[in-house]
Structures are given as C-alpha cells and as structure tokens.
Design a binder for this molecule. Structure first.
Ligand SMILES: [Fe+2]
Length: 323
C-alpha cells in the first residue's frame, strides 16, 4: 500500500514537471512583464466590442469589480433551462446524499459527481452557455470567454480544514469568474464560500505553483490579527443562491462544513487565452466528451467550450498538471 502511494506520488511529480517548468519560465520577470503587457493591451483593444448589459448584469459586474463577489439567485437571473437544471442537479445531489449516508464516502472530504452522471444530464453543463452569463463574464474579464465546464462537488461535513477549505487563490488566469449555485440552503455551518477582502505580505507572490495556502490560523497570523466583520464575505444563502466571484484576484475558501454536507455547482470561466493553461481543465470530462457537449451549440458557446483548440501551439503542448 505504502509502495503504491510512493509510486503514485513519483508519477504525479513526473507528470507535473512540464507544467512546473512552464510556470517557472512564465515567472521570469522579463517574460512575466511582457505577458502582462500583452494581456492589458488585449483587454484595451477588446473594450469597444464589449456587450451591452441589463441593470442586473451591470450590478453583477460592479460587484465583481468592487468586492470580487456578487450574490444573486436563479430566480433573479431567470435563465432558460433553469427548471431542468434544478431538477437534474438536485436529483443527483439527493443520490449522492444517500450514498454518503450509506458510508460510501467515508474518509473522503469532497466527492465530485462523475462525467457519466453529468453526460446523462448535459443541460447541467450547458446551463451557463447563455448569452447573458457570457456577457457578464466577458465584460468583467474584458476579453472573450473560455468556459472550463464545472465541478459538481459533494462536500462531507467533517469540519476538516483541507484542500479548498484552506484559504487559497486560483492560478489559471489573471482574472477568473466562478459561478456557484447552491443546491440547498447554506448557512455558516454548511460550508459557505468565503471571499477575503484583505491582502497580506506574500498574498500576491507565488510560492511554488500556488499562492500560499493557509489555514484560518495561518491567515490570521499573516494578517497579525483575528478576522473581523468586513474582512470576509461569507456567502450564506438559500437553495438556488448564485454567487459570481473572482477566485484569481481574491483569496477564498469553502468554510469547512460541520453541520450538514454541502452540494453545489461550481462553473469555471477565464479568458480564451489563459495565463496558465496547464492548470486548467481540472474537471471530470474527456476531450471527446467536451466535443460532444459543444456539438449543436451556438457558435459563441462552442468557442467558449472548445477554447483549448484555439490556444497558440506553445501553450497547447504543455500537458495539464495533475491535481
Ligand atoms: Fe479555489
């Protein structure tokens, strides 16, 4: 068993090497400055082509710009196919809750709904490929959108501060948007998403492949004080709450659930030419399944989903790093 774990770790390390090398190259100051200049130039040149937004959509973009977060609901958004999304997603969530109750996930802290389950309900994956969501994300990013599908997470209420329940920043791109949909009421003890509004020494500097990943205690140590009201947005909300948040510019975490398991959809967006494509595609779908999901969709939706095929060759050849 121990040997298997060691072999797995060694393999994982080898598979991460190309991404780590690419990361180091991108971090060379002259290259980093050049990329960041090109990114700002691309945003400036895309500015005149940004879509028109409704008041609600503008409010969401303003929330993202001001606080890195805006909380709304499926009801307020009123997107087509929401009823079908809700029916299928809550049905899957109930099935996973039953499996959890039967002890199937004992020892695991988070379980992801698999591709087979989701391929039977493709409308769950396609739900945000709607012009209104894409317009919001495009306006906030200032660039054409890539849609990196979703993670459908079932989080076990064990109170542990591990993985995404520690304070961290996502590293795929300069700006990113996650659209999170709660499938049941989420209170303080049910694992709400939390967004930090403070920076601290080291919060803008990669430490290896990530920004420093911190427990609550480590974060408070870096801040030099305990967290206070206003430092954090804790996204509690009723079933059907929808959160738009930028997880690249803001430290965030899933507050460890302690009272009840949590089930939510995490839809992932970044720009069409992300800074670190080798850290993207951390979802459950194969490339073939992505093509199947994109088939028959409007051109804009297809381009959003198949963003990888339009990357420059150099960005495409670095394989995705394992999680
Ligand atoms: Fe994250």
């Amino acid at each position: 068993m121990k040997q298997t774990t060691l072999r797995y770790r060694a393999l994982r390390r080898i598979r991460s090497l190309p991404a780590e090398t690419a990361l180091r190259v991108l971090g060379i100051p002259a290259i980093s400055r050049r990329l960041s200049g090109a990114y700002e130039a691309a945003r400036a040149s895309h500015q005149p082509r940004l879509p028109q937004l409704s008041q609600l959509e503008m409010d969401i973009v303003a929330g993202l710009n001001t606080n890195g977060v805006h909380i709304t609901s499926l009801e307020k958004l009123g997107l087509p196919d929401t009823d079908a999304l809700w029916r299928s997603a809550t049905e899957i969530a109930a099935a996973y809750a039953l499996r959890a109750a039967n002890g199937e996930f004992d020892g695991e802290y988070t379980v992801q709904v698999g591709a087979d389950d989701m391929m039977r309900h493709p409308h769950i994956v396609r739900w945000p490929l709607n012009d209104r969501i894409l317009n919001i994300v495009e306006t906030y990013l200032g660039l054409p959108v890539a849609y990196d599908t979703l993670n459908f997470f079932y989080t076990v209420a064990d109170g542990r501060q591990i993985a995404a329940r520690r304070w961290h920043r996502d590293v795929e791109d300069w700006r990113m948007v996650k659209v999170v949909v709660y499938l049941h009421d989420v209170d303080m003890d049910t694992g709400p998403l939390e967004i930090l509004h403070r920076s601290f020494s080291g919060s803008d500097a990669l430490d290896g492949a990530n920004y420093p990943i911190l427990t609550q205690e480590m974060l408070e140590q870096r801040l030099g004080r305990t967290l206070e009201d206003g430092d954090v947005t804790t996204c509690t909300g009723r079933a059907g709450t929808v959160i738009f948040t930028d997880v690249a510019t803001h430290y965030h975490r899933g507050r460890p659930a302690s009272a009840r398991d949590r089930c939510a959809l995490f839809y992932n967006f970044f720009s069409r030419n992300p800074l670190r494509p080798f850290f993207c595609e951390r979802h459950v779908f194969s490339r073939e399944q992505l093509s199947e999901l994109a088939a028959g969709q409007a051109a804009r939706a297809r381009h959003c989903m198949l963003w990888r095929s339009n990357l420059p060759l150099l960005a495409r050849i670095v394989p995705t790093a394992p999680l």
